[in-house]
Design a protein around this ligand. Structure first.
Ligand code: FMN
Length: 362
């Protein structure tokens, strides 16, 4: 099977979630024996369709533009058995690079009108490849792909001129979480299912329901926490004057702005392996701008927490909220601040020393 895999994300490898998903898919395809060629569309020159219909009249089957699409990509697309259109979801559809590519496949059609069962078509001039649509989105709900899916089914699906060319649709919501260290276990599962999908596509031209449900599984148990943390990340980016890419590269932690968001962040950052058999109740008593108490309870590798006070705390931290957030976000050194008496603790000092390990991704 000859596969042409097109990635239209303008982001580089490592940062592009489309590329991360596509790489797993094509690894699986290659392992199953497919010959896969990958093209990054943002590195190619693909002019917009001029709408002149020369490809239907003067030079049938050939576009007037002299660019990478005419010279290289359209001939390769025609020779392929299967094309993977891999695009980030932009404004609920494929991005403009991908749309330009798809529009420029117009020469594969003939101009004539044919009508079947109330729908008008232009007939195919020659065989076109089967289609897999892969897309990733920032928002968490699967329904963000509804419009894209409807369009893709209309032009490549059962009743289209492409005669049931659409083999599979792979949609990953909340894809930005794929590179967040705290979601690494789920991300691994999603990517290994995407790898399996590549193998299944080559073997049987379908993706099993089981594999698909692993690909689309929720990345977080509580999407509201994720939204809150996402908003904190954006606030931190704005405050620091940096992009999300720079935020990631610097290994920054979002800065909580309430005891509630502090708890959500700490639960997310909790490293069960590092905590091991630790059994501890950590009480935080914040003063200053945010006067609130909250606590975290670590027990057998799990963590719970709530606003308020816990009975028999093993460690109590009394700190101005902003001082503690400076420490959490590594703007200030915890030990230094302790020596300077910017905060005080009561109880097991050993727990204070271990906090960096309990709440870190490594
Ligand atoms: C211009 C633009 C439009 C976007 N539109 C949507 C959207 O409609 N729905 C959504 O869930 N995410 C949207 N996103 C977020 C991207 O889909 C998301 O960040 C994705 O992971 C990017 O994929 P990439 O890393 O491969 O470039 C948009 C991003 C940009 C830059």
């Amino acid at each position: 099977m000859k596969v042409l895999a097109l990635n239209s994300s303008p982001r580089g490898d490592g940062q592009s979630k489309t590329a991360i998903m596509l790489n797993s898919l094509i690894d699986g395809m290659r392992e199953a024996g497919a010959e896969v060629e990958v093209v990054s569309l943002s590195k190619k020159t693909i002019k917009p369709c001029a709408g002149c219909f020369s490809c239907w009249t003067k030079t049938p089957g050939k576009c007037i533009h002299k660019d990478d699409m005419t010279r290289e990509l359209f001939p390769r697309w025609l020779e392929s058995d299967l094309v993977v259109y891999a695009s980030p979801l932009y404004h609920y559809t494929v991005n403009s690079e991908m749309k330009a590519f798809i529009e420029r496949t117009l020469p594969v059609l003939e101009p004539f009108f044919i009508a079947t069962e109330g729908r008008t078509y232009h007939p195919l001039r020659s065989k076109a490849p089967k289609v897999v649509m892969l897309s990733v989105a920032g928002f968490p709900e699967e329904s963000v792909f509804d419009q894209l899916s409807s369009w893709v089914n209309f032009i490549f699906g059962k009743n289209s001129i492409h005669e049931n060319a659409l083999v599979a649709e792979i949609y990953r919501p909340m894809a930005e979480a794929l590179t967040v260290p705290y979601y690494q276990n789920i991300a691994k599962d999603v990517l290994s299912a995407t790898h399996a999908a590549g193998q299944e596509l080559v073997a049987s031209q379908t993706i099993s329901k089981e594999t698909m449900s692993k690909i689309t599984q929720p990345m977080v148990s509580n999407p509201e926490d994720f939204l809150e943390l996402g908003n904190l990340m954006w606030k931190t980016c704005i405050a620091e004057g940096i992009t999300p890419k720079e935020f990631g590269a610097k290994g920054l932690v979002p800065r909580a702005d309430s005891a509630r968001s502090f708890l959500a962040l700490m639960k997310l950052a909790f490293n069960a392996d590092a905590a091991g058999a630790t059994d501890a109740r950590l009480q935080f008593k914040f003063t200053g701008d945010i006067e609130e108490a909250c606590y975290l309870a670590i027990h057998k590798g799990t963590i719970t927490g709530a606003i308020g006070s816990v009975d028999q705390a093993d460690l109590t931290v009394n700190a101005p909220f902003e001082v503690w957030m400076d420490i959490v976000t590594k703007k200030a050194d915890g030990q230094q601040m302790f020596m300077e008496q910017k905060y005080t603790v009561e109880g097991d000092l050993g727990l204070l020393m271990q906090m960096d390990q309990f709440f870190g991704s490594s």
